[in-house]
Write a new protein. Structure first.
Length: 274
C-alpha cells in the first residue's frame, strides 16, 4: 500500500506503459505460435511448472530435485524444440513484421493467393472436378492438418488442380491453406450435423460446412456432380456463388484485419458526417 501511496503520476504512467508493452509482446508471441505444434509443447511446459510448484509446496524432495534438473537443461531443450518457431519469429522481426501491422506486400500476397485459387476453381468447375479447399484464419487447424499429408508448398493453381485430379493419391479429402501456402492435403474434416442442410449436399459439402462451424475457417467447395462452386463460412453455405462475389468475399475475410477495421471505422465516420 505504501508503494501506491508514494507513487507519482509519472511513475503510474511509466508502470502502465511497461505493462502494456509486456502484454503486447506476449500477445504477439501467442499469435506467432497459434496453430503450431508449439501450443501443445507449451501445455507440456505448464504441466511441468505445475508439478514443480506442487513439489515445492509439499516439500517433496526427490520430485523437486528431478524438476530442478529438468529446468536446468530445459532452456537448451526449448531452443532445440522451438527452433522452427524461433527462426520464424526472427525472420519476421528482421522484416519488421513482428510488432507492426501487415505491409502492402502482404496485401499483394493475399491477392495472389486468391487469384491462384480462382484460376484453379474455374478450371475444376468447368470439368466437374470435386474439390474442398479450406483457409485457416484465427482458429488453428493443426488437428485437421495432421490428419492429412503435410505439404508446406507455395499456393499455386497448378498444384491445387493436380491434387484434386480424380484417382490421384491426394484427391480424396480437403486441402488446408495457411497464409500463402498449402499446409496439407487429403485432410479429414468434421461433418456438419445441421439437420437443415439440403439433402442434395453430399459429404464434401458437409465437411466444408462442418469445419466452418468449429472455427472461423472459410471453405470453398467444387461439386463433382454439377461443377457449382460453394462458399461455407460460419456454418452457412452460399451455393453456386459467382466469381465476382467469391473474390470479393475472400478478399474481405482474408485481407489484413487491422486495415479492414480501419476501413470500416472511417466508413462509419463518413456516414455520420454525411
Amino acid at each position: 500500500m505504501n508503494y501506491f501511496a508514494d507513487m507519482s503520476w509519472k511513475d503510474a504512467i511509466k508502470d502502465v506503459i511497461d505493462i502494456l508493452i509486456v502484454s503486447y509482446v506476449i500477445y504477439k508471441l501467442l499469435v506467432l505460435i497459434r496453430g503450431t505444434r508449439a501450443v501443445q509443447l507449451l501445455k507440456g511446459i505448464f504441466v511441468l511448472v505445475l508439478t514443480w510448484a506442487i513439489s515445492t509446496w509439499f516439500d517433496l524432495y526427490t520430485l523437486k530435485w528431478l524438476m530442478n534438473q529438468m529446468f536446468t537443461f530445459g532452456v537448451l531443450a526449448i531452443v532445440i524444440i522451438f527452433q522452427p518457431e524461433l527462426r520464424r519469429a526472427l525472420e519476421q522481426l528482421g522484416r519488421g513484421k513482428l510488432f507492426g501491422g501487415r505491409s502492402n506486400s502482404e496485401l499483394d500476397e493475399t491477392g495472389r493467393v486468391i487469384g491462384e485459387l480462382i484460376k484453379a476453381v474455374n478450371y475444376m468447375s468447368r470439368r466437374k472436378i470435386g474439390a474442398l479447399i479450406v483457409f485457416e484464419r484465427n482458429t488453428g487447424l493443426n488437428e485437421y492438418i495432421e490428419s492429412g499429408i503435410a505439404m508446406h508448398s507455395q499456393m499455386s493453381s497448378e498444384l491445387l488442380i493436380n491434387i484434386f485430379i480424380p484417382n490421384t493419391p491426394l484427391h480424396d479429402g480437403a486441402v488446408i491453406v495457411r497464409g500463402d501456402s498449402i499446409a496439407a492435403a487429403a485432410c479429414y474434416l468434421p461433418l456438419s450435423e445441421n439437420p437443415f442442410i439440403s439433402k442434395e449436399l453430399g459429404t464434401r459439402h458437409r465437411a466444408g460446412i462442418g469445419i466452418s462451424e468449429v472455427g472461423d475457417a472459410i471453405s470453398i467447395i467444387v461439386s463433382e456432380e454439377t461443377g457449382q462452386v460453394s462458399l461455407a463460412l460460419n456454418g452457412q453455405v452460399v451455393r453456386d456463388i459467382k466469381e465476382e462475389s467469391l473474390i470479393s468475399k475472400l478478399f474481405e475475410e482474408l485481407k489484413p484485419k487491422v486495415k479492414k477495421e480501419l476501413r470500416l471505422f472511417w466508413k462509419r465516420k463518413g456516414e455520420q458526417n454525411g
